[in-house]
Design a protein around this ligand. Structure first.
Ligand SMILES: Cc1cc2nc3c(=O)[nH]c(=O)nc-3n(C[C@H](O)[C@H](O)[C@H](O)COP(=O)(O)OP(=O)(O)OC[C@H]3O[C@@H](n4cnc5c(N)ncnc54)[C@H](O)[C@@H]3O)c2cc1C
Length: 561
């Protein structure tokens, strides 16, 4: 077994984690350890984000962070934690300009100013980007390069963090470090840390249809609850109506059809090729005007009525758009699509609503502190800034701004204390890893159970919810959680996918239960949470719900922190 020591441990090396590492070192932390269960800077959502990043730079027209805040609060439908939303909008320009100094390559106008475009919900052109489809990869590559040059930052990939350890072993006690499994060596690793930042991204992979990468199963939420932190707004999962469904698309953003719709219109057709939006009160003769919730509703209803496309979505067609217009608007993308066997001039694609982003997360204050002393959170793992719905382009700045803030705060916290690590409190987590190594002969594998979990969440906790379905989901999730130890696991820890699946299942079940339980209790529709049985927004519900783990591991949902 390996034991490591650091001042600040950062779990997750996406945009938030890498920025946090830079900020922690800049603030004087001498030993910063950034750990990722994937490769550092190459897992998670940041590298997949190919569109735009919102910041009130005012390069295209006068803009101000307060206008950005106004739009963010409007999108959040009364639930944004205003201090966090203000922090995000106020500091986004500084982070974007700092990234420019680090040569991220923001697209520029002819006069050399950073180009900014409009996106849904923004009152003015505010979103910058790095040429077609390269925003996230460029942000990730820039931060990767940056952390590579800082001596105080140690990077470790293949390190799957399974538990946060507190000094007294109690939930809510001061943080002492973490336990992880090194999937490459098969070794358990203990990490003593004076401060820990959870930057593990979101949970959209717990839904059958999602835009997620492999490591977005909600680990951070389970880690935080286990340590005693609260989660906030867990019921708010953003579904993107026209996520790519078929044919198979490699190396491209599954939400890329939105800009296509904005620029070129495009027609949504049912399985027989009929335009159906008019049936739902949306007339698109003037361009792409259907709001996301109505489009999601219309698509889901068409599919439920048996009028969907072969893979269970609907068609999106640009065959009526002249090839010259396609080329002029999206030349390089059209070429990349052709490599995927998709000729937009001749064929429609299939699209369907997909889980895309999670507004909820670990409850933090403006210094990114959770209620557990020494435990911080940043990026999509943290909740509250976006309330009931997120503005497009707000997630990458959230990762950068909150990452920077968390790194700085954690370094300051670490400077005030000595290590509190003792082996005793880590023993249960180490014992779990030891048992995993022995394997288990259960009937069903964790992969099969993960499949069931994703189907259940897609069917009962998807874009449109009702009490009966949510209650079914909560009951079944509790059963699955109770039966977790009976799942089949092959012996050994080194590169063992059944162990990785089991660990993901363990975390995903907790995250899923938090979402389903909070969704069941919120008897209204607001933003991304739509209840068929409570279709109206209820002013009495203009408040957040908080999820906490009790001593036995059960989850409670309540109105106050
Ligand atoms: C397809 C797609 C397109 C998007 N497009 C945009 C866009 O155009 N604009 C925008 O603003 N936002 C966009 N978003 C959202 C945005 O990309 C994310 O919200 C943001 O990048 C999250 O950054 P993060 O650092 O918090 O998490 P991530 O980038 O997801 O990083 C989390 C990291 O944590 C690691 N990790 C997880 N669990 C563990 C564990 N147990 N132990 C160790 N490591 C762990 C993961 O491997 C991963 O590397 C998009 C998202 C997706 C999926």
């Amino acid at each position: 077994m390996t034991h490591l020591e650091c001042d600040v441990l950062i779990i997750g090396a996406g945009g938030a984690g890498m920025y946090a590492a830079i900020a922690a070192a800049r603030a004087g932390a001498g030993h910063v350890l950034i750990a990722d269960k994937s490769l550092v800077g190459r897992g998670g959502a940041t590298i997949m984000a190919q569109m735009t990043v919102a910041a009130a730079l005012g390069e295209e027209c006068p803009d101000d962070w307060t206008a950005h805040l106004e739009d963010t609060l409007a999108a959040g439908r009364g639930l944004c934690e205003e201090s966090l939303a203000a922090l995000l909008c106020r500091e986004a320009p500084a982070r974007i300009r700092e990234m420019a100094e680090w040569r991220v390559g923001w697209a520029c106008r002819a006069d050399g100013r950073i180009a900014q475009v409009t996106a849904p919900g923004h009152s003015r052109p505010r979103c910058c980007y790095v040429d077609f489809l390269n925003t996230g990869p460029a942000v990730a590559a820039t931060l990767r390069r940056r952390i590579g040059h800082v001596a105080a930052i140690r990077r470790l990939g293949n390190l799957n963090v399974t538990d946060i350890v507190t000094a007294d072993g109690e939930r809510g006690g001061e943080v002492a470090g973490a336990v992880a499994l090194d999937s490459a060596t098969g070794e358990a690793v203990t990490i003593a840390a004076k401060a820990v930042i959870i930057a593990t991204g979101g949970l959209t992979r717990i839904f059958r249809r999602n835009s997620a990468s492999a490591n977005m199963g909600g680990d951070g939420y389970a880690l935080a609850l286990g340590a005693g932190a609260d989660l906030v707004d867990m019921e708010f999962v953003q579904f993107f109506p026209i996520g790519h469904l078929a044919p198979r698309l490699v190396g491209m953003d599954p939400i890329m059809w939105d800009p296509f719709r904005y620029k070129l219109g495009g027609r949504l057709l049912d399985g027989s090729g009929r335009e159906f939006l008019l049936d739902y009160g949306s007339d698109e003769t003037g361009g792409y005007t259907t709001p996301r919730d109505l489009a999601t509703y219309a698509i889901e209803r068409e599919v439920a009525a048996g009028r969907g496309s072969p893979h269970g979505g609907v068609y999106l067609s640009f065959t009526h758009v002249p090839r010259s217009a396609l080329e002029a608007a999206f030349g390089p993308v059209i070429a990349r699509l052709a490599k995927n066997g998709i000729d937009l001039g001749h064929m429609p694609v299939e699209v369907a609503p997909i889980a895309h982003y999670h507004m909820g997360g670990i409850a933090v204050d403006e210094r990114m502190r959770s209620r557990v002393p020494g435990l911080f959170a940043a990026g999509e793992a943290a909740g509250g800034a976006n309330g009931a719905n997120r503005l497009s382009g707000n997630a990458i700045p959230e990762a950068l701004v909150f990452g920077e803030r968390a790194g700085r705060s954690a370094a300051a916290y670490a400077a005030t204390r000595a290590h509190g690590w003792e082996r005793g409190p880590a023993a249960p987590a180490l014992e779990r890893i030891r048992r995993l190594a022995e394997g288990s002969r259960g009937e069903l594998s964790a992969a099969v159970l993960l499949d069931e979990l994703r189907d259940l969440m897609g069917t009962e906790v998807g874009a449109f919810r009702n009490a009966a379905g949510l209650a079914r989901a909560v009951r079944r999730l509790a059963d699955l959680r109770a039966g977790l130890s009976a799942a089949a696991i092959a012996p050994g820890l080194q590169f063992n996918p059944t162990v990785a699946d089991w660990l993901e299942l363990r975390a995903s079940l907790v995250a899923a239960e938090a979402v389903a339980h909070a969704a069941l209790l919120r008897e209204e529709s607001r933003g991304a949470h739509q209840r068929e049985d409570f279709p109206e927004t209820d002013p009495g519900w203009a408040r957040s719900q908080y999820v906490r783990m009790t001593g036995e591991g059960a989850l409670t949902v309540g109105g106050a922190r």
